[in-house]
Design a protein around this ligand. Sequence first.
Ligand SMILES: Cc1cc2nc3c(=O)[nH]c(=O)nc-3n(C[C@H](O)[C@H](O)[C@H](O)COP(=O)(O)OP(=O)(O)OC[C@H]3O[C@@H](n4cnc5c(N)ncnc54)[C@H](O)[C@@H]3O)c2cc1C
Length: 271
Amino acid sequence: NGFQLELDNGELYRADRVIIATGGKAMPSSGSDGSGYDLAKALGHRVTGVFPALVQLKLEGPFFKRIEGVKLVGTAEIIHQNQSLAKDRGDILFANYGVSGPPILQISRQAGELLQQGKEAILKISVIDSMSKEELLQKLQKRFRVGAKKPVDFSLVGFINKRLIPVVLMEAGINDLKRPAGSLSVQEQERIGDILTDWRFKIRGTKSWPSAQVTAGGIDTGEIDENTMESKLVKGVYFAGEIIDIDGLCGGFNLQWAWSSGYLAGQSAAL
Ligand SMILES: Cc1cc2nc3c(=O)[nH]c(=O)nc-3n(C[C@H](O)[C@H](O)[C@H](O)COP(=O)(O)OP(=O)(O)OC[C@H]3O[C@@H](n4cnc5c(N)ncnc54)[C@H](O)[C@@H]3O)c2cc1C
């Protein structure tokens, strides 16, 4: 018998067909606070587990306050059980909670999915990704040899961001930063090389909805007719956009999905 919609101000509308295009939960200040899921559930639809995507990662480690604001061009990768699930390169920005920056946002979905399933998610950062580890070790050895009497922290100035130096050395197990560079053993030099090419962090979570650019998960796509966007469960109900269990990478894919599915839903509902 159609639908009756009630607005916040009490106005009532009657319609034969309705399109639910209420977005997901990302950036709730925009009005998309997930209330559309309740509407869909009330109509019998299944909502798959939703979690923030295109979002910053919170990492375990005691030193993030010290390197907050450090930016580098490197490669970031999500690792699970030693397998790489997602990888991207670009500006990586350390923050007091962990990391941000375009490549982090791009690969964050895989981390969110693992964490939602209660699985371990590891972030691998290659601070130096423009040469092989062997080439890097040769360069480091040369630096440590040429400045053998200089403190080890000084010998890395100009090679990596200055604020990263003490943290990288500590992570490599070198606690006395003022030791002469020439006193580093081969193993210690290799450990520095390991950190610079394959620095691993345990991901303790993603930032939350206010920071996310898109919602992963949503209305089960199996319950929507892909040719019309009409619900397979309730005639006259259509879905469009981010509320559906579809999300994409940065690059306009999410807006394109919202526009394309909205166009199809609108055309189908109006015919
Ligand atoms: C900061 C940020 C940057 C982004 N940048 C990009 C980008 O560069 N490229 C890209 O492709 N995508 C980007 N996105 C994602 C993209 O904006 C969204 O995926 C897209 O806007 C989703 O469109 P939508 O119409 O499904 O939902 P929304 O745009 O969220 O619109 C839903 C509307 O429904 C309203 N609403 C919610 N609940 C109810 C209710 N119960 N009753 C009535 N109305 C309701 C909301 O107020 C809102 O106006 C970005 C998102 C954010 C947050």
